[in-house]
Write a protein that binds this ligand. Structure first.
Ligand code: BGC
Length: 246
């Protein structure tokens, strides 16, 4: 069966039909740049452009880069302040006509990684981490998602979220070497280890592309594995979230 997934990110909105039997994209993904400013109306139009590209009329699963409770945006994160308290699923339906199921983007990526990737059949506490514009996290206990864990918002300085210190976007903007980035990631992973003692942390996003060089530079005691679903996890997991809407 084919479902449709959209991964809304700080820099791009990406989507594709997904074959849930294989956990793979059923067509090449399409990307629309995230409008700036990333206001609700501008972003809803970008989502419509993406769906029009595929002429997709069915239900749609969306991974959205803020706290999402029952389809409502509960934080600004890296988007526009007007998003806070917007009922995202209703806004998208009004603009596009489709039915939407919206969950947090990192929770979506985690769902895919737990079903088709490095988290498959891993018991206990598994944390999936996506290093991108921010730091997203998905937390699973015995394979079941505990939604909206915001581990990227642990502090590294008074009032400063650790994602502003260790995300992939910071590595790029501060031109950090891999050694410098690894030091910052150690701080983050050790912190996660201290507060929730995960059995496994699965690392996706920017770090997964550099894993072979990066992993030997990390000193954390936390048990780390690289994500297997790589870039497409956000789209695949978003499509999974729409299961049952057909
Ligand atoms: C947001 C999270 C999101 C992550 C990755 C963070 O800034 O607070 O909700 O999952 O970025 O996009």
């Amino acid at each position: 069966m084919q479902l449709f997934g959209i991964d809304v990110g700080g820099s791009g909105i990406k989507g594709a039909p997904v074959d849930l039997a294989t956990g793979e994209l059923a067509a090449e993904r399409f990307r629309v740049p995230t409008p700036r400013p990333a206001t609700p109306d501008a972003m809803a139009k970008a989502v419509k452009e993406l769906l029009d590209h595929f002429q997709w009329k069915g239900p749609v699963g969306v991974g959205f880069p803020t706290i999402v409770a029952k389809g409502k945006c509960k934080s600004q994160s890296n988007l526009h302040k007007d998003w806070v308290n917007v009922q995202i699923d209703e806004l998208f339906k009004k603009t596009c006509g489709n039915d939407f199921k919206v969950i947090n983007d990192a929770d979506a990526a985690g769902l895919a990684e737990m079903e088709y990737g490095a988290g498959k059949d891993v018991p206990g506490l598994v944390v999936t981490v996506t290093l991108g514009t921010g730091i997203g996290s998905g937390v699973f206990h015995d394979g079941k998602l505990i939604p909206n864990f915001e581990l990227g918002h642990l502090r590294y300085k008074k009032h400063k979220p650790v994602e502003k210190y260790a995300a992939d976007s910071i590595r790029k903007s501060k031109k950090l070497s891999l050694v410098e980035w690894a030091e910052r990631l150690d701080y983050f992973f050790d912190y996660v280890g201290r507060i929730c003692s995960p059995d496994l942390v699965i690392v996706g996003g920017g770090a997964s592309k550099k894993w072979a060089e990066l992993y030997p530079l990390l000193n954390t005691d936390v048990n780390l594995k690289v994500a297997e679903t790589r870039n497409e996890a956000g789209i695949i997991g978003a499509a999974m979230a729409s299961k049952g809407m057909q």
